[in-house]
Structures are given as structure tokens and as C-alpha cells.
Design a protein around this ligand. Structure first.
Ligand code: FAD
Length: 468
């Protein structure tokens, strides 16, 4: 008998408190299967009131809390440590769409709603919710907010933070803060909403949010361009922004080696060019007028880019199936890397204007120290965000190379720091990069972060060991 667990059962119903090892297994291991923790139990409350009651029980019994949404996070933020003392608070049943207001262009949703369902509900109301990432079939809006997720449309619509107007939060002492305001203007003191966004569950549990909606585009076109260098990709970005304005909604860079891994491990996928080029850009244009107008703009852009010798070749998808096939090339890069074997991954950002310089300088430093290492460089170039991953030299076993992760990280992250960048552009800190941020944040910054944590979670029960 465990009085804490009994009280949890009484609060949410015995069926919704999982304590059996087999039932809990899926909640304990991270998405990439790098780490498995232990927990007292997994609780699946169905309402904000139930979740708040559980937090109050945790405070009373001093039980640490690990909030969990879709468990697709990539920095070990959603899984507990191996002490076995924590309660995992799953938002899976907190998944109602509470309201849609097409005139205010907002929707109010609960934290456990799967992102894809939110996109679909917005579309049914004739609106667009633009957040989009490859995990959208499994990740939740609560997790997206807690990690301030990025994705493929940040260039036009911003990160999740920019897509949220209000929050409902269960605080670390089990109070409910109703900040579900659908206001575009609200200057009434400290912005508490922004404290919880990106806090990775270390300050409180997000239970609902008011999200921003946008008009649906009339047409969406995708093109793949072949180029010589990342600098040419930057020239293409400037030209595309001049020609397409806010219509440019995606701009992804992919190196030749990244796509060669895709065609090697997924031979059914092909590049639509007769020869290979060093770099590729996947470009998406959303148009508020018509398909014809979008085609005109895109064709004009490609013609100008060819004439100015910025790109070497390009194809425009002429059907939804072709557009999907182009996006699949991009989305299969992480899967192809997994097939190739472990590699040292980095999710970094630098000022957009310095991306070419950063890649050249850091590639050279890595080749000096790890001769023959192979770079899998791709990412959201339009946001200055690169997934800058380092694979073992040809012939060296991946498992042996991964042992050199620390020195590889040092070269890459020091270089990011010199370029004025961030060592975590969109995935967060979690437990994985906790020690790493101490190297790169100033003492003043870390002290302010600790002060916020101490003020909002004085007992240190909210997702301990993550971020700080
Ligand atoms: P979880 O993994 O469950 O949790 C993530 C963090 O948020 C944890 O710290 C957890 O404690 C906390 N948390 C979860 N729910 C709440 C809540 N309600 N209240 C408070 N804290 C909470 N990320 C990007 O930014 N851009 C991408 O393009 C991208 N692509 C991806 C592609 C794939 C294939 C995969 C597997 C992941 C990708 N990710 C990407 C990472 C991941 O999908 C995002 O971080 C996502 O936002 C996590 O949502 P989740 O519901 O799975 O959260």
C-alpha cells in the first residue's frame, strides 16, 4: 500500500493511474531510444481540475513531477531520471478542442491535443494553424509550447511562442492560472505566458492554450533547387524574399551527402536531377490569390536565379503527390541517418547572414581534428537553424566514433558561440544539454534563470534535472 498512489487513484480513477511495468514502459524511454528512466507511476488526468489535484498531492508528498505529452522530444526532457521517485503526468486524455473563433482568428485547445488534429480542426473552420513538424502525428500542443517548437514554417509564422496568445497553467503548488486570453494587445505587467513557453515543464504544467489562426492560402507550391554553395543558398533566400514577400513559407537547405544517405537507404526515393550538385534548397511558396499567380511568381524567381547564376537547376512540383515527394526527401534525412548508424547531432542556429561562413569554418576545424568525418548538414536555412550532424569517417564503426562525442561537441558548440549563435535552436535543453548551456550562458543569465525557477517552483518538484 502506498498512500500517495491511493490518493492519486481516488483523484482520477484507478484505471488512469498506471503502475504496472508493461503499462508504463512506453512512457519511460525517449523517442530515440537512448535512455530509459524509472517512475513511481504514470497518471493520465482528463481535466485541468484532476491534474491540479495530482500536483497538490505531489506537493504534499514531495513527489517530483515529469510532464509528458507525445514523448517525441529529442533532449530527454519528457522522461524521468532513474531514481524511480517521480510521477509522470501524461496529458494524453486532456485533449479537447474547447472553442474555435474564426472572427478573432483563435482556437482554444487542451494541452494533450495532437498537433495534426489541431491543424485539421483549423482547416475545417476554414483557417490555418501553421505549426508543422515531422512529429506532428504524435506530438502535442502542450509539448510544442513547453519546448517552443520550431518546424518548417517559422520563416513566415514564427516559433510556437509566436502562435500562442494565452495559456492555462497548473502552477507548481497546484493552483490553476487562467490566462486564456485571446488578445493581440495586452500590456499589463510581466508576461507570465512567455515564462511557461519554452520552460520544458520546469515551472508548471500547461493545460490549455489560445492559439492564433491564419487565413488558408489559396495555393501552395514546392520547388527543389540545385546549387553550388550555402552562400548561393543565402543569395537565393534574399532573392526569394524580395520576389515572394510573406508568401515564402519554407526554405530548407540540404547538403548532397544528406540526400545521398536518403537515396542509399530508401532507394524508392529519387532526386529529380540528371546529375548531383553540392547543395539543394527546398522552397515553399504560399499564395493568397491563386495557383496561377503562385506559378507566375515561382517561375519568375527561378528564371531570375538561373540568370544570375545563383542556382544550377530547379524543378517545381506540378501535383500534390510531387510536392509530398520533395518534402519526403527532406523528412527522410533523420531516418536515413539512423539507418547509417549513430552520429553526433547538433541543433544550432547562427545569424542567417553568417551560415555559409559558419559551415566552412566549422567543417575545416572538424576535418583537422577528426580527419575524414562526414557532415550531414541540413535544416531550416530561412531561420538560421542547422541540423549540423557529424558521422564517422568511411570505414570507422559508428559506435566507436560516438565515443568521441564530447570533443566533437566542443568544436561545434565553441564555433557556434564564436559566431554569436545558439547551441539549441529548436529542440530545447532537457537533461541532454543541461551541462552544455552552463558553458555558454553568462553567470548573470544563469542567475536570473535560477531566480525564476526558485520563485515559481520553490520545492524543485517540476521536472527536476531538466534545463538547470
Ligand atoms: P514531450 O516530448 O512529451 O515533452 C517535451 C518537453 O515538454 C518535456 O520537457 C516535457 O516535460 C514538457 N512538456 C510536455 N507537455 C507539457 C505540458 N503540457 N506542460 C508543461 N510541460 C510539458 N522539434 C522542433 O522544434 N522542430 C522540428 O522540426 C522537430 N521535428 C521533429 C521530428 C521528429 C521525427 C521528432 C521525433 C521530433 C521532432 N522535434 C522537432 C522534437 C519534438 O517533436 C518537439 O520538441 C515537440 O514539441 C515535443 O512535443 P511532445 O508533445 O512530444 O512533448
Amino acid at each position: 500500500m502506498n498512500p500517495f498512489l491511493d490518493q492519486c487513484r481516488a483523484a482520477i480513477g484507478a484505471a488512469h493511474l498506471l503502475t504496472d511495468a508493461a503499462d508504463m514502459a512506453g512512457y519511460l524511454t525517449d523517442w530515440r531510444r537512448r535512455y530509459t528512466g524509472r517512475a513511481l507511476a504514470v497518471a493520465r488526468p482528463a481535466t485541468t481540475a484532476e491534474l491540479a489535484a495530482l500536483v497538490r498531492l505531489c506537493v504534499q508528498h514531495r513527489v517530483p513531477i515529469v510532464p509528458q505529452g507525445g514523448n517525441t522530444g529529442l533532449v530527454l526532457g519528457s522522461v524521468p531520471d532513474d531514481s524511480g521517485s517521480a510521477l509522470i503526468l501524461s496529458t494524453a486524455r486532456l485533449n479537447r478542442i474547447r472553442a474555435i473563433d474564426p472572427v478573432n482568428n483563435t482556437m482554444t485547445v487542451e494541452a494533450g491535443c495532437i498537433l495534426q488534429r489541431i491543424q485539421e480542426a483549423a482547416a475545417e473552420a476554414g483557417r490555418l494553424f501553421p505549426l508543422s513538424l515531422a512529429a506532428e502525428g504524435s506530438c502535442t500542443i502542450g509539448g510544442n509550447l513547453a519546448t517552443n517548437a520550431g518546424g518548417t514554417a517559422v520563416l513566415r509564422y514564427g516559433n510556437t511562442r509566436e502562435l500562442c496568445l494565452g495559456l492555462e497553467v497548473v502552477t507548481a503548488d497546484g493552483e490553476v492560472w487562467d490566462g486564456l486570453r485571446g488578445l493581440r494587445k495586452d500590456n499589463t505587467g510581466y508576461d507570465l505566458r512567455d515564462l511557461f513557453i519554452g520552460a520544458e515543464g520546469t515551472l508548471g504544467v500547461i493545460t490549455a492554450a489560445v492559439l492564433k489562426l491564419y487565413p488558408q492560402p489559396q495555393a501552395q507550391l514546392t520547388a527543389l533547387a540545385a546549387l553550388r554553395t550555402p552562400e548561393d543558398a543565402l543569395r537565393l533566400l534574399s532573392l526569394a524574399q524580395d520576389k515572394c514577400g510573406a508568401g515564402l513559407t519554407g526554405f530548407e537547405l540540404m547538403s548532397d551527402f544528406s540526400l545521398r544517405l536518403v537515396t542509399k537507404h530508401f532507394p524508392q526515393m529519387r532526386l529529380p536531377f540528371p546529375q548531383a550538385y553540392p547543395q539543394y534548397v527546398l522552397l515553399e511558396l504560399s499564395d493568397s490569390e491563386s495557383e496561377k499567380h503562385a506559378n507566375g511568381v515561382l517561375e519568375g524567381l527561378i528564371t531570375d536565379a538561373l540568370e544570375q547564376d545563383i542556382i544550377q537547376d530547379a524543378v517545381v512540383a506540378s501535383s500534390i503527390a510531387q510536392s509530398k515527394a520533395l518534402w519526403q526527401l527532406r523528412e527522410h534525412i533523420p531516418l536515413a541517418q539512423a539507418e547509417e548508424g549513430k552520429n553526433v547531432k547538433h541543433d544550432v542556429s547562427v545569424p542567417i547572414s553568417r551560415i555559409g561562413e559558419f559551415i566552412r569554418a566549422t567543417d575545416a576545424l572538424l576535418q583537422q581534428q577528426f580527419p575524414g568525418c562526414r557532415m550531414v548538414t541540413f535544416g531550416h536555412l530561412g531561420d538560421g537553424n542547422l541540423h549540423y550532424n557529424v558521422s564517422a569517417p568511411e570505414g570507422e564503426p559508428a559506435d566507436a566514433f560516438i565515443q568521441r562525442q564530447e570533443p566533437v561537441n566542443r568544436v561545434v558548440h565553441d564555433s557556434v558561440h564564436r559566431f554569436g549563435g545558439s547551441i539549441s535552436a529548436e529542440h530545447g535543453i532537457g537533461a541532454l544539454k543541461r551541462d552544455e548551456i552552463r558553458r555558454y550562458k553568462t553567470a548573470v543569465e544563469l542567475q536570473m534563470m535560477r531566480a525564476v525557477k526558485q520563485a515559481l517552483d520553490p520545492l524543485g518538484l517540476m521536472n527536476p534535472g531538466k534545463i538547470l
